[in-house]
Design a protein around this ligand. Structure first.
Ligand code: AVJ
Ligand code: FE
Length: 371
């Protein structure tokens, strides 16, 4: 099954759900229950919360909503509501833990498959949740996105021995340092067909002035130059080691790879870097317009200068707590995807967002300038 297989028929859906679950369980396989329950950071959930939330989201949409069945644990879902329970509170909640948590995940999946056998999911399905398997695509995306959040937390776990490949690769670039983009009209956002989140719709045109954008993401070497020149703070997981730097994620001490993209920088750091380089961050529209001409995509999320706001004709679907409640000036958009992002999530139109001071995500940048 490839990453881009559409969840269009039931056997494919079952396989894709199983594949995502395997990825989730592989991530936590090296850990014991104490590590799953431990609060490592006020801005990241304990892993047990992510696991329960993944299963509870599945129960809510694939069992309760589409089949009108009662939840397995009554009001438990309250504690897995991401809006009601800020990350800093999640370690204290009466969530499921240990063996109970694992059986909940399994029992929900059993019910999901029972319901799947009963529902109509083709293009003719009346319920927009079921039409073309939308709600199943949403479930897959949700679990895979939480895998990335879990990998953010796993950076803090000393001695973690991943079963899956982790980390960035060297930046590869071809040709000139910057790509020249002509001014004009560009199509932005997801079209009406295929899975996308509500915030990627509707597809619309934007006018862009001519601009240039870096062909490759900013590297550790370039970021080190910037730090030495300006005294700017180091990205997360960098530690001084004699004259140089080491990376300390997962409790390791590895020499910093100069030709890898810089990762774990905040929007504030990214903006300061761009200014120092005599450039600026691209807007998210510039990023999307230039995407097919950019090298080394998929290593780091790339900060843009854009606020996370609604596109014209936005309408919340299927729930306003995915996107709508976050719209506004407080969040910045990131584009692309990181080494921790499953390819199913990293659509060209996918919009990620976070607060400008945050750097726990796998965030880097590339710069742009007016042509
Ligand atoms: C798109 C990464 C900002 O983690 O808040 C997961 C993804 N939404 N469950 C987030 C998400 C609901 C979301 N981000
Ligand atoms: Fe979630």
């Amino acid at each position: 099954m490839t990453a881009n297989t559409k969840a269009a028929d039931k056997a494919a859906i079952e396989d894709l759900l199983a594949e995502a679950r395997r990825r989730t369980l592989d991530l936590v396989e090296p850990l014991d229950d104490a590590q799953l329950n431990r609060v490592y950071s006020p801005i990241l959930s304990p892993l047990a919360w992510d696991l329960g939330h993944i299963a509870n989201f599945e129960e809510l949409w694939l069992v309760q909503t589409i089949a009108d069945r009662a939840p397995l644990h009554g009001e438990l879902g309250r504690f897995y509501d991401a809006i009601e329970n800020p990350r800093v509170t999640r370690g204290e909640l009466p969530i499921l833990r240990d063996a109970e948590l694992r059986s909940y995940m399994d029992e929900v999946r059993e019910r999901t498959l029972e319901v799947l056998a009963e529902v109509e999911i083709g293009p003719e399905a009346e319920d927009p949740l079921l039409r073309d398997g939308f709600v199943y695509e949403m479930l897959l995306a949700h679990e895979l996105q939480h895998n990335e959040t879990m990998l953010q937390l796993l950076q803090l776990v000393d001695g973690y021995e991943p079963l899956l490949p982790v980390g960035t690769a060297a930046v590869e670039g071809t040709g000139a340092d910057m790509v020249e983009m002509v001014g004009g009209t560009y199509e932005i956002g997801a079209g009406p067909r295929g899975f996308a989140y509500d915030n990627e719709r509707g597809r619309h045109t934007v006018e862009l002035a001519p601009f240039e954008i870096d062909r490759t993401p900013v590297t550790n070497a370039a970021y080190t130059d910037f730090m030495e020149d300006t005294g700017a703070a180091a990205p997360d997981y960098w530690e001084r080691d004699g004259g140089g730097w080491v990376r300390t994620a997962m409790g390791r001490r590895e020499p910093l790879a100069p030709d890898h993209p810089v990762v774990h920088v905040s929007h504030e750091q990214a903006e300061a870097f761009a200014r120092w380089a005599g450039k600026r961050l691209p807007t998210e529209f510039e990023w999307e317009a230039a995407r097919e001409r950019l090298d080394s995509l998929g290593q780091v999320w790339e900060w843009t200068s854009s606020d996370f706001v609604a596109y014209p004709d936005f309408s919340a679907f299927p729930y306003s707590e995915y996107s709508e409640v976050f719209f506004g000036e407080q969040y910045r958009v990131l584009r692309g995807g990181s080494w921790a992002t499953h390819p199913r999530v990293a659509r060209p139109t996918f919009r990620n967002w976070d607060l400008p001071q945050r750097s726990q995500i796998f965030s880097g940048l590339r710069c742009a300038r007016d042509a």
